[in-house]
Design a protein around this ligand. Structure first.
Ligand code: TYM
Length: 332
């Protein structure tokens, strides 16, 4: 079995539709065919300031959402990043193998630091992608299921893995990105030129999976489209309509060409109404499942502890091997 590893930040409470369609949905499918490791990456979350109590709750809520989306702890290893200290222990080595300029070219870092301003940019934010490198390599992952926005970080991971292997001898699997064609980038409903994201989207442009159905339906019905009338997939000329078609298709399983045919002669309003129905049809039972998991935090914590135990078996083995290759004297 090939191995996959991926992670999601607990930061902002509810996951959004981009997180689900771009990444988490693939995680659910891959647990059936792969040896799958999935982490709630709380260490990454503190690269920008977090309220401690809020972070703790958001971490549980993230785990509950992953379970609600269909992850099964019997079929995958689901854990919290900070419970597996080997990630940070390997990250140090990876920091020493990453060029300062190389890290400075990461577009997510450039965007984020520009947004918060130089004086609020932590060294942690700068070295964030290197911790991600360690997350992936410590499990010897073959593939990393993510949305399009993470492609550059996976490229960095490949480069650093190859560098380590050529300097110290074959140690790490060089991982490939696993990015799906259709829904790898879901766009903001109000500005379909930018990706849907917690930090950049306006509240109206962002579909939170835990929003009440009415809120979600309203946001979708007021999505920005264009001055035309034809329901057709055309990323350049009709970014808003194309985004809605992508969302519909991803959740309904109906192909985009079939949807175009179905909506022939109908106006955008009909498309929006149906997309709203499809999305709410998925989020409503999802919310119920998440509430069910959140109602028993002790069980949730127990399940995460078991996940961390499983993860550490693999992580500690890789760490020992890497530390030995680097030339650290083994502790006796
Ligand atoms: P994060 O928490 O920002 O996002 C989690 C996943 O959601 C995907 N995603 C999207 N996909 C499609 N359309 C969108 N609008 C959209 N917005 C977000 C992201 O691509 C991601 O797959 N750095 C990572 C977390 C991480 C990680 C890792 C991932 C830490 N260590 C190791 C993989 C492997 C991040 O911030 O994801």
């Amino acid at each position: 079995r090939l191995r996959v590893l991926s992670g999601i930040q607990p930061t902002a409470g509810s996951f959004h539709l981009g997180n689900y369609l771009g990444a988490v949905r693939q995680w659910v499918a891959l647990q059936e065919t792969h040896d799958a490791f999935y982490a709630v990456v709380d260490l990454h979350a503190i690269t920008v300031p977090q309220d401690p109590a809020g972070l703790r709750e958001a971490t549980r809520l993230a785990a509950a959402q992953l379970l609600g989306a269909g992850l099964d702890p019997e079929r995958c290893t689901l854990f919290v990043q900070s419970h597996v200290p080997e990630h940070t222990q390997l990250a140090w080595v990876m920091n020493c193998l990453t060029g300062f300029g190389e890290a400075g070219r990461m577009t997510q870092f450039k965007d984020k630091s520009a947004k918060v301003g130089a004086e609020h940019t932590s060294v942690g934010l700068f070295t964030y992608p290197v911790l991600q490198v360690a997350d992936i390599l410590i499990y010897q992952a073959d593939e990393v299921p993510v949305g399009e926005d993470q492609r550059q970080h996976i490229e960095l991971t490949r480069d650093v893995a190859e560098r380590f292997n050529s300097r110290y001898g074959q140690t790490f699997t060089v991982p490939a990105p696993h990015i799906t064609k259709g829904a790898a980038k879901i766009y903001d409903l109000q500005d379909p030129q930018i990706k849907m994201s917690k930090s950049a989207s306006s509240p109206k442009g962002l579909v939170n999976l835990l929003d009440p159905p009415k809120t979600t339906a309203k946001k979708i019905r007021s999505a920005v489209t264009d001055t035309g009338t034809e329901v057709r997939f055309d990323r350049e000329a009709k970014p808003g309509v194309s985004n809605l078609l992508t969302i519909h298709s991803a959740l309904s399983g109906i192909g985009v060409p079939e949807l175009e045919e179905k909506f022939t002669g109908q106006l955008y309003g009909a498309l929006k109404t149906e997309v709203a129905d499809v999305v709410v049809g998925w989020t409503t039972p999802f919310r119920e499942r998440v509430e069910h998991y959140m109602a028993d935090p002790a069980e949730l914590d127990r399940l995460l502890a078991r996940g961390a135990e499983k993860a550490r078996v693999v992580a500690s083995e890789t760490l020992s091997e890497a530390y030995e290759k680097v030339g650290f004297l083994p502790p006796r």
